[in-house]
Write a protein that binds this ligand. Structure first.
Ligand code: GLA
Length: 381
């Protein structure tokens, strides 16, 4: 990928730039908890984005997306927002840096990636983190890593219409080879967990479906959570986020909130606890409990949070039938992947069965990605 980028960069710009990379992510458990101030448990993966970048001394950005064969130029003022969605990620990162007082100018770039799009592995966070990291480095801005992640998150909020939490950008900035990370999204405390479960593999099954309106449905989930948190806050002022609420406190406001909002909040409160349970289980090396919690998450995401879909429920059922230790829909939902914790000796049978049964029902095979936990944003030598 690097040499293809380099070749194109020379053709377009006549010289060489510096290379930067960042990663997509997986999440073991803790879904839709980030914007509720709860815990998440992600890790960066070996699929990501690579960009070659060179400052051009103007105030324009000249960007070429190799995978799409598209070239775009834009300025750095608010009204210069490009129409291509991929270019908005880069533009948004520039704007968010500028809003924070970062003095940046124009640059030339060619980039490419291998994070499957729409698969719930955060290709967009990989793109944002690559550019946030690179611009911080090239313009010597001294922005700390949390702020780099925030720049990506606010790019999504302000330029891409998704009111996402911090998980994806955190994972792609902080990711470390061989380690998952538990992040407390309220205090931003985090801890690395070396993750190498002996006798098990983590594998993603990508349904290759992405349902329309995923971002508006996502934003709607967030609104439900905020609505319930503010109802609970009337009785319990210490509740800043749903993460701070107890199930009994949710029940106190049951009559005040819609049935749908109640279900959303119930899922979140349970999910926050599940992450902690998984951490305890990991410390004991108890992967059976980890897996059990993953199934519980799937059930909650499907029946209470309602972000699964027929294809993902089907993959989850097959995992169960094949005796897979844990399986669940990963990421925002509405399509994308399941993440599966499977014993080595069951792996081949599971993959073969899942491919065949899925194809029979939906007309195409799911894609299979073995998880390799890798480094996040970095400069390449
Ligand atoms: C998306 C968002 C994240 C997070 C997950 C669900 O990936 O970008 O912030 O909310 O969905 O856990």
């Amino acid at each position: 990928m690097k040499s293809r980028i380099s070749e194109k960069f020379r053709t377009l710009f006549g010289k060489d730039g510096d290379f930067f990379a960042s990663a997509g992510r997986i999440n073991l458990i803790g879904e839709h908890t980030d914007y509720n101030g709860g815990y998440v448990f992600p890790g960066a993966i070996d699929k990501g984005m690579i960009a070659e970048i060179e400052l051009n001394g103007t105030n324009r950005v000249c960007a070429y997306a190799l995978d799409l064969d598209e070239y775009v130029e834009f300025g750095l003022e608010e009204e210069d927002i490009p129409s291509q969605s991929w270019a908005r990620y880069i533009f948004g990162v520039c704007r968010e840096i500028i809003k924070r007082g970062g003095m940046i100018g124009g640059f030339n770039t060619v980039f490419a990636g291998d994070v499957p799009l729409g698969a719930g592995m955060s290709s967009s966070a990989a793109l944002e983190s690559t550019f946030a990291f690179a611009l911080n480095y090239l313009f010597n801005l001294g922005i700390d890593k949390f702020e780099l992640a925030r720049i990506g998150q606010y790019t999504e909020h302000n330029y891409c219409g998704v009111k996402c939490g911090i998980m994806d950008q955190f994972a792609s900035v902080f990711g470390k080879k061989g380690n998952l990370m538990r992040l407390d999204c309220k205090t931003m405390e985090y801890k690395y967990y070396p993750f190498d479960p002996k006798g098990y593999k983590l594998v993603l099954l990508d349904s290759v479906v992405k349902h329309e309106l995923a971002s508006s449905a996502y934003n709607k989930r967030r609104e439900s959570c905020e609505h319930v948190a503010s109802a609970i806050r009337k009785n319990h002022p210490e509740v800043e986020f749903l993460r701070d609420a107890k199930k009994e406190w949710l029940d106190e406001v049951k009559a005040e909130v819609s049935e749908e909002d109640y279900m959303r909040a119930e899922y979140v409160i349970e999910e926050v606890q599940r992450v902690l349970d998984v951490c305890d289980a990991l410390e004991r090396g108890d992967y059976e409990t980890v897996g059990q919690k993953m199934y519980e998450t799937h059930h909650g995401m499907s029946k209470l949070y309602e972000v699964s879909c027929e294809e993902l429920d089907f993959l989850n059922d097959i995992a169960k039938e094949c005796g897979v230790t844990g399986s669940r829909v990963m990421g925002g939902g509405f399509g994308g992947c399941t993440i599966n914790l499977v014993k080595n000796e069951l792996y081949d049978n599971f993959i073969a069965k899942a491919k065949a049964a899925f194809k029979e029902k939906f007309g195409h095979e799911p894609k299979v990605y073995d998880v390799v936990i890798s480094d996040g944003a970095r400069k390449l030598e």
